[in-house]
Design a protein around this ligand. Sequence first.
Ligand SMILES: CC(C)(COP(=O)(O)OP(=O)(O)OC[C@H]1O[C@@H](n2cnc3c(N)ncnc32)[C@H](O)[C@@H]1OP(=O)(O)O)[C@@H](O)C(=O)NCCC(=O)NCCS
Length: 410
Amino acid sequence: MENKNDIVIVSAVRTPFSKFDGAMRDIPSIDLGTMVMKEVIERVGIKPEEVEEINYGSCIPAEFALEFDVPARQATLLAGFPPENISLTLDRACCSSLTALRLCIRAIKAGEVEIAMAVGSENMSRTPHLAPGARWGTRLGHIRLFDPLFELGYKSKGFNPVSVDAGEVALEYGVTREMQDQWGFESQQRYTNAYSEEKFKIGEELMPVVIPQKKGDPIVIEKDESPRVTSLGALAKLQTIYGSPTVTAGNAPPMNAGASAILIMIRKKAEEKGLKPLATIVTSICSAMAPRYIASVPALTIQKALNMANLTIDDMDLIEINEAFAAMPLVSTKILANGDEKKWNGLREKTNVNGGAIAIGHPVGASGARITMTLAYELRRRGGGYGVAAICGGLAQGEAIILKVCRERE
Ligand SMILES: CC(C)(COP(=O)(O)OP(=O)(O)OC[C@H]1O[C@@H](n2cnc3c(N)ncnc32)[C@H](O)[C@@H]1OP(=O)(O)O)[C@@H](O)C(=O)NCCC(=O)NCCS
C-alpha cells in the first residue's frame, strides 16, 4: 500500500562509465558530478532551489584534491544550485554514493527536508601520483612518487589489498577461482544481452557526456567503455593481482570515470508535482565487519535491511551486489542461501541480471547510486516487485537499500 509519507525516487541518472585512460580521462570528477546534478533535476522539471539537501560521495580524495576540497560544494555551485543550498562531501569508500542516499533518506525522515539529492562521482584515471616529502625536500636520497591506485588497499597502515582479503575469504567459502572467472564471464555476457535489448540507452539510467574539442565537433560519449568480449579460456590464463589467490583483471572491475545522481522526495510532494515515482524506498541501512570479510559484508547488510523491513531474501525479485570483485556476489549470495545449493543457484540467477561492475565499470564513489538505479529501472521494466542493492567498501563496510516498484494493480 502506498503511503503519502513514503520516500520515493523520482529521477536517477548516470554518465556512461569511461575506462581507465578512456575518453573521459581528463574530466575532473567535480565536472562529472555537475553534469549529473543538472540532468537529474532537468529530467523531471525540478528547479535547483527546490532541492534542499545534497549529499555527494567521492572516495579518491587525491583526484579531487587537484581542485582543493569540498567537491560537493563546488559542484553544487557550478551546477547552478543557489548559494544557500546545503551540501556534504563524504567518503565511505565504494559505499559513498549509497551512503549519500541514506543520509538524504534520513534527512527526509527526520522532517528536515522534503527533496534531496544523492550524488557519486569519481575519475580514477585522473588520480595523480603523490610526491610525499617533496614540500620540504629530501636531505639525502631520491624523492619517490606514490600511486594511490596501486594495490587499491591500505597497506601503509598494515591492512591487506582488498583483492587479497576478498580472494582468501572466497576460498574459505568454497568459492574457487574458476567460479569467479565464470561470474566475470557471465557479467560480460549479461551486459552484452542487456545492451542489445537497449536497456542501457540514453534517457533511462544513461545521459550523454559531451566533450568539446579545440577543433571540430565535440566527442559525445553515449555508452560504457569497459564491457569486453571474453572467453573462459582467456580468463583462465590471466595472472592474479597483488598477491590475491584468485582475483585477476578478468574477475575484477576495471578502474573508471563516471558519476551518478538520484533525486528523492516524499511521495506527497511527488504527487503535488505530478511526478510518477520510479521506485519507493523501503529501507536503507549500513553495516561493517572485520576488514578481511569485505566479500561477506553485502550479505550481512542485506540481511540487516531485510530484517528491518520484515522481509526475506525470497521476497526479492531482483538483487544487485556490486562486483567489487566476482568474489563479492558469489560469497554473499552463498551466505544468504545458508548452505542450500539450490537456493544459492536461484539467488545467483536473479543477481546482477544486466551484468555488473566487471562489465559496466566501477568508478568507486559513483557505484552505490549506479546499482540502485540499475535495480529500479529493471524492476520497472519487469512490471514491479521488490529488489535489494548492496555494496561493500574499504575495510569491510556495507550499504544496502531495498526498493519496491508497485505492480499496476497494487
Ligand atoms: C585489475 C587491474 C589491476 C587491471 O589493471 P590493468 O592492468 O590496467 O588492466 P588491463 O585492462 O590492461 O588488463 C590487464 C590484462 O588483462 C587482460 N584482460 C582484462 N580483462 C580481461 C577479460 N575479461 N578477458 C580477457 N583478458 C582480459 C587485458 O587484455 C590485459 O592483457 P595484456 O596485459 O595482455 O594487455 C585494475 O583494473 C584494478 O585494479 N581493478 C580493480 C579495481 C578495484 O580494486 N576496485 C575497487 C574494488 S574494492
